[in-house]
Design a binder for this molecule. Sequence first.
Ligand code: URA
Length: 261
Amino acid sequence: MTTFDRALDLVITHLDGRKRLLREETAASREALEQLTRLPREIVKAGAPATSVSTQSKQSRLNVLRETILATERDPRLANVRQNLVFGVGNPDADLMFVGEAPGAEEDIQGEPFVGPAGQLLTKMIVAMGISRQDVYIANIVKFRPGMPQGQSGNRKPTVDEMAASIPWLKEQIETIQPKVLVALGGTALEGLSGKPQSIMKARGSWMSYNGIPLMPTFHPSYLLRNQSNTEKRKVWEDLLKVMEKLGLPISEKQRGYFLR
Ligand code: URA
């Protein structure tokens, strides 16, 4: 191959990349336009914020990341995870982002994080905060369900290698969304975000920081499913009250008193 041919190849590869990005941008803008035309006229006239440009560009950046994960050859460190990508769900412009461990069986089937029993509890907790699942963003440290040895059912904790291979994607999600507060659900999420294993029992309830973003570690909802005592539920709820305070969300007396006997 001549130098000219090699240069030509490089230019073609570069242009292919630009074409893919442009397609993503165009698809996202078309979607934004459709959403805008669906808005009642009077809302637009009153100047209520439509889906903002920044939300659209965040969504398209997330779309590109999703496509990149799907298109890139699987990292050998992820040889023992399932095929289905469970990318993340929610508002790309969310102030609050929850980070869990890895998808379970139900998440693997539906392609959405936290839709199984633990997810249903997480959704109830979000609603108890006076917001909805659509207001927040939910993702996991590992984006594919960790595989179980043949003939075994259930879930397993992701390995250190699986976490290391996946964390750059989570980092990109966080950098794109720029949430005001992060919540680490359980020890694995805390380990992934802080970069070192540490006890969730000791860490929960105290503010930490992830690249300058306030990070609240709390128990994983599956822990609460196993330990149904009001004392443990109250601990998580107190952590979430701190999150609400940090975000300036209104807190009623009723909300303050949840799980107190
Ligand atoms: N547990 C997690 O940590 N993440 C999910 O998506 C589901 C269960």
